[in-house]
Design a binder for this molecule. Structure first.
Ligand code: 9UX
Length: 72
């Protein structure tokens, strides 16, 4: 099973931030795909809800030093 979640990600100011957030997310177990956009301060994540929750994805983003909120 795969779900798609969209997140608002605050605090990214350059392309390296984007790469950093994507790199962190892609290493998290249960996350299958992560695409982060600087222009919209957002990211889309495909994940296995049996392995990781939306709240845990937000925590992973925050642990990387950015602000995160669930969009839908
Ligand atoms: Mo860019 Mo982000 O220089 O934490 S990597 S500001």
């Amino acid at each position: 099973k795969t779900l798609t979640g969209q997140f608002r990600i605050g605090g990214m100011t350059c392309a390296a931030c984007v790469n950093g957030v994507e790199g962190v997310l892609r290493k998290v177990p249960g996350i299958k795909r992560a695409v982060v956009a600087l222009a919209t301060s957002s990211g889309e994540v495909e994940y296995d809800p049996n392995v990781i929750s939306k709240d845990e994805i937000i925590t992973a983003i925050e642990d990387a030093g950015f602000e995160a909120a669930f969009l839908r």
